[in-house]
Design a protein around this ligand. Structure first.
Ligand code: URA
Length: 246
């Protein structure tokens, strides 16, 4: 998602009857207000969500939207699909046509899905360098062993992309269930990691992204993120100790 940023004089020329060169005079006459402050330079940046007021008239009042959804099984993580219901069909929001998905989930994967119209935010969430843990609960077809914990922490080679997965944290909860935290999101990553052991994933459920927790949201329901959740760049992923829980 590209975020659209313009220089103030260019923005004014594209969104009013004034030209680029008129902007200097408009500024001197204090006729432009950006996010509640009188503009001071033609070089000021107008971002996607900067409120721009000229002579009391709003030229840009795009609001950023951040939504979490508890995705059900059998719904496509896409904005359009010719055959199946999409996650957007489950969202009721006046700006829903502007939203994109931050980190898709497979058709049968359930749980926490984030949607936004803020490209800069979704890029930050998705970049492995941000080290934001995406945590999944996984049910497997064969019993787990401590070897998985070591292999996942060391990384698995994916020949198709010619990469080794970043260190991932696996907590074995029972013989057939585990919690897995990753900082990246390669195609079918969780299934492919367990595929290394020929162990099929029977159920996959995302419970958190950073400090954003799914808790308390019914299947198919969505809500806006809170201010606290938007600061979710902390905590960063921490390597966990080897072994079983409990
Ligand atoms: N990894 C997968 O294999 N599937 C998902 O839906 C998410 C992560």
């Amino acid at each position: 998602m590209k975020s659209k940023t313009h220089r103030l004089d260019r923005f004014i020329s594209q969104n009013s009857d004034f030209s680029i060169s008129d902007t200097r005079l408009l500024i001197a006459q204090k006729r432009i207000v950006l996010d509640g402050r009188v503009a001071s330079s033609i070089q000021q940046k107008v971002g996607e969500f900067t409120q721009v007021v000229l002579d009391g008239q709003c030229l840009n009042d795009n609001k950023p939207v951040y939504i979490m959804l508890n995705k059900p099984r059998g719904v496509v993580s896409a904005t359009k699909d010719p055959k199946h219901a999409t996650v957007l069909d489950l969202i009721k929001h006046p700006q829903k046509s502007e939203l994109h998905i931050v980190g898709r989930l497979d058709f049968n994967t359930t749980g926490l899905l984030l949607l936004t119209n803020d490209g800069a935010w979704s890029r930050k969430i998705s970049l492995p360098e941000t080290k934001l843990a995406k945590t999944y609960e996984v049910t497997l077809s064969k019993p787990l062993s401590d070897e998985y914990v070591v292999v996942f922490r060391e990384g698995i080679y994916f020949a198709y992309e010619n990469i080794t997965t970043r260190p991932a944290c696996l907590e074995i909860l029972s013989d057939y269930t585990a919690r897995l935290s990753l900082v990246e999101g390669k195609y079918h990553q969780v299934k492919r990691m367990f595929g290394f052991f020929q162990n099929q994933v029977l159920a996959l459920h995302r419970v958190s992204v950073g400090s954003i927790l799914l808790e308390g949201l019914e299947v198919g329901q969505s809500r806006a993120l809170t201010i606290d959740e938007l600061g979710c760049q902390t905590p960063a992923w921490q390597p966990c100790s080897l072994g079983r829980l409990g």
